[in-house]
Design a protein around this ligand. Sequence first.
Ligand SMILES: CSc1nc2ncnc(N)c2[nH]1
Length: 165
Amino acid sequence: MLNKLLTLVLVREPSRVLLGLKKKGFGEGKWNGFGGKVEPGETILEGAKRELLEESGVVSNSLEEIGLLKFEFVGDPQILEVHVFTSNTFEGEIKESDGSTRIFLHFAEMRPQWFYTDKIPLHQMWADDKYWFPMFLKGSKFKGYFLFEGHEKIVKYQLDEVEKL
Ligand SMILES: CSc1nc2ncnc(N)c2[nH]1
């Protein structure tokens, strides 16, 4: 089954992580990293960088891939293949994206906010994040598969820390 390629960027400093509150669409009301679909003709890395800029206003030239997550939803044959990146440097000013980002034809609508690593709002994030976020925070690489039923229930999952992706 052709997987749908998506990106997820977690910008972090030693004690805090930049997350965005999705104001519309898929994952609305959840805090999340920045990301979205990989467009035809761009690499996954280029897609990650573009989405970060569109959704948060910042540019990172040092994105490192640290995770690979595959999501399946009961009743939906499409598998979401999410490439997770982190960066500890960025340039530019963090800004809220709103309808004006529509010029990129992406309805980003994200409200960025820093969270201290001991105060990550896991209860207001996707249900899978509670499993792999601790691996991210301690600098591990990880590979996972999650089968969702609806948007909140995880039917089964597999998650492993890996040396390399
Ligand atoms: C569809 S399930 C899902 N979990 C997620 N966690 C973090 N960021 C996402 N975009 C996620 N999607």
